[in-house]
Write a protein that binds this ligand. Structure first.
Ligand code: NAP
Length: 249
């Protein structure tokens, strides 16, 4: 696959799924905006290995920083063909907690997982309309369809919102040559999933799958690169599940 000539912003590209996506895109000759928040060393390491990349720092829980991220990335690359909305948090907030504490996590989750994606979508649509098209790829979750465990109500709700956002973009802006896709991973071996591996053990997690091994970021990134290539454009609005057969719908 050759993505030469494409400028792509990947949010949360410093670690896990986002990092793997960024590396696959760079290996396919795209120019990639590596967004990070706290993991500066990891982001800079990617940039030092791939001259076609540039790093951008922003805390996506702050609306002004989200807008600045979009503007800085656009100013650097001049145009964007695809935006991969991957950054996210998976924060527990059991209902036994005091309501104020529970609400704090709800709001933080919504700000990072959904509101930031909403702002980038709004700004991205304005840019794509001007340049005659573009693509959004939203990293959703199995949680949006199957539901999550009880302590992750906000996470599941945020991913449901993200899925509806993507579908509405696909329906509403297709005539402007704007496409939107959702990739819905199940349990994937990243830092986000470390706690679950510690708690349940990798063997028990594998028992929930149809396949014999846990999904890794490298099982997800090639699909995103394919979506960026434009060869899936007529599947706009669709969601592709990557959950090792753990939830087939
Ligand atoms: N792992 C799974 O099992 C799984 C399953 C389904 C869906 N997903 C989804 O896949 C996406 C990536 O997850 P992952 O497993 O790769 O997670 P991860 O390894 O924990 O990486 C999360 C990324 O999001 C960024 N991020 C977190 N909070 C941020 C904030 N406030 N502002 C800006 N960036 C922030 C992090 O940046 P810094 O490190 O630089 O702060 C990091 O690059 C998420 O949307 C997640 O919901 C994951």
């Amino acid at each position: 696959m050759n993505l030469k000539g494409q400028n792509i912003l990947v949010t949360g590209a410093s670690k896990g799924i986002g990092k793997s996506i960024a590396m696959h895109l760079l290996q396919a000759n795209a120019r990639v905006g590596i967004h990070f928040n706290k993991s500066k060393t990891e982001a800079i390491k990617i940039m030092s290995e791939y001259p076609l990349s540039e790093t951008f720092q922003a805390d996506l829980s702050v609306a002004e920083e989200v807008q600045r991220l979009f503007e800085n990335t656009l100013a650097h690359f001049g145009s964007l063909q695809t935006i991969v909305l991957n950054a996210g948090v998976f924060l527990p907030h059991p209902i036994e907690e005091p309501t104020a504490t529970w609400l704090e996590i709800w709001r933080q989750t919504m700000a990072i997982n959904l509101e930031s994606a909403g702002i980038i979508t709004k700004l991205g649509i304005e840019h794509f309309k001007k340049q005659g098209g573009g693509r959004f790829i939203y990293i959703g979750s199995r949680a949006a369809f199957r539901g999550e465990t009880e302590e992750y109500l906000a996470y599941a709700a945020s991913k449901g919102g993200l899925t509806s956002l993507a579908r509405t973009v696909a329906r509403s802006f297709g005539k402007y040559n704007i496409k939107a896709f959702v990739v819905a991973p199940g349990f994937t071996q990243t830092e986000m999933a470390e706690e679950a591996i510690r708690k349940h053990g990798a063997e028990n997690l594998v028992k929930e799958l149809a396949l014999n091994e846990l999904t890794t970021p490298n099982d997800i990134a090639p699909l995103v690169a394919f979506m960026c290539s434009g060869q899936m454009d007529h599947a706009t609005g669709s969601t592709i599940d990557i959950n090792a057969g753990s939830y087939i719908r």
